[in-house]
Design a protein around this ligand. Sequence first.
Ligand code: ATP
Ligand code: MG
Length: 579
Amino acid sequence: MVSDTTAAAETPEGGRDFIRDIIAQDLAQGRVQTVVTRFPPEPNGYLHIGHAKSICLNFGVAEEFAGRCHLRFDDTNPTREEQEFIDAIQRDVRWLGFDWGDNLFHASDYFEQLYAWAEHLIASGDAYVDDQSPDEMRAARGTLTEPGRNSPFRDRSPAENLALFRAMRAGEFPNGTRVLRAKIDMAAGNMTMRDPTLYRILHATHPRTGDAWCIYPTYDYAHGQSDAIEGITHSLCTLEFEDHRPLYDWLLDRLPIAALGKPARPRQYEFARLNIAGLVLSKRALTRLVAGGHVAGWDDPRMPTLAGLRRRGVPPEALREFIRRVGMARANSVVDPALFDFTTRELLNRTAPRRMAVLRPLRVIIENYPADQTEALPAVNHPDDPEQGVREVTFSREIYVEHDDFMEAPPKKFFRLAPGREVRLRYGYFITCRDVVKDEAGDVIALRCTYDPATRGGNAPDGRKVQATLHWVSAADALPAEVRLYNPLFTRPDPGADGDVFADLNPDSLEVLTGCMLEPNLVVLPEGIAVQFERLGYFCPDPESRPGALVFNRTVGLRDSWAKESGRNAPPSVGKVKK
Ligand code: ATP
Ligand code: MG
């Protein structure tokens, strides 16, 4: 597998990659006056991060070159398509930041025109009705090294083909008994050109056309012709369609598309699919994850779907920036998921408000602080962005700190709380641990500390230093919450490489922490906005979160969790891990 480490460097914002070069040239040479692209999802599942690449490309170039981008539902397979998916796709494209305006289309809008053109192909001897069974057709198709065999029905007259095709449309035959095929070349080196199927019989109710049709066009037949009808100038698709391009052109060459009066004939260009190590980006597999109950739904934050990423708190800007960094290469590669986390973290570090939350609380009693006293301490919302202002956090005699921030017998490099040790409370005071409270089992359940009133705000007037600053929340007004931590859904970078994707599911992909304690200021934040829990990472309220039953999702941790193993402390290279 080819690895391309330079793509991103060559892809400045709105700048040049090979597709943008082609478009710029087409405009300069006058082949095209207005750039028209399309994003053509099949509504048989939710959009995933791979689709984001196609969306950013198609809508992105339309925007950059002052053209337009259509959203076209490729709804040619009524057995797998649902309204839920149609709605979700529109919601997700908008969320990602793109707008198709009035340009919402469906391949099913063109069924009548596509049918008329199929009759045109029959009349000109370029298509025929084949009565072979699917098995017979498969057997006659040949292999990469052997030519296929002509169908015994290949030389029917146009008149006979026309009569049969009309009977197909009229519903006279059951599913699978006949197809319409292009008459090209059963010995073609490119298997796609071995008399590909254009229409199949499918007695199924379509979400939009109902029972009007019982024959449906294939992707190959519908796609290019839909492009022509809409006046698409650049039909951008993934590399697996490279072999289909000759068919795309073959059909356009033989159909009277000039009569449509569109300014330019569509051309297909292929780019590399987005693959990310450890993620499964196949709708078929994602559908099975949902149907099999391995995740809570299409928007489970562990899913690589746009709905899942949104629920996890990933801002759409981070996703767009990630796609920009990956770049638009012509060769397939596998991207390191750390690049996605890095990009998300980098954006959130710049923008996310800071708050304090304790995930695994340990009670601290500050013995020399009056029981009936509380005070409001100013806390900056963002260290580098004064515009985010200052909030108040309450300090009182009882607070919670992170259980991990205390050790009874600390090893050498542990600088946080320990018996006799003084540390700083963020925005607060210095405290010193005086005593440890244990339960019957001998587990530490609370600490008795004292504070130094002279250190308000976090500095000692005598200049003495502490080695650690801890986050904390005041026990009396902290809000309990459930916090969900997400780990990779699969245990290996190439899930399913041994045959079964489900065998590689990570049993620890979801970690639910209950009894977490949050600073009350957290509930006043707008929904869907991720915040930084100081020292812990970025978190976002779940849509299920309610007052009294708060639920937060971890968007991404504070540090590159891979860094430790790989010894990396610089950003992950834009380059990609080799498969
Ligand atoms: P499947 O997962 O079953 O292969 P699909 O992802 O190709 O289906 P479509 O709805 O046909 O589903 O995809 C819509 C568009 O998104 C297509 O143009 C396709 O090329 C593009 N696309 C899909 N997956 C990726 C990916 N991983 N990277 C880039 N583009 C993608
Ligand atoms: Mg597809």
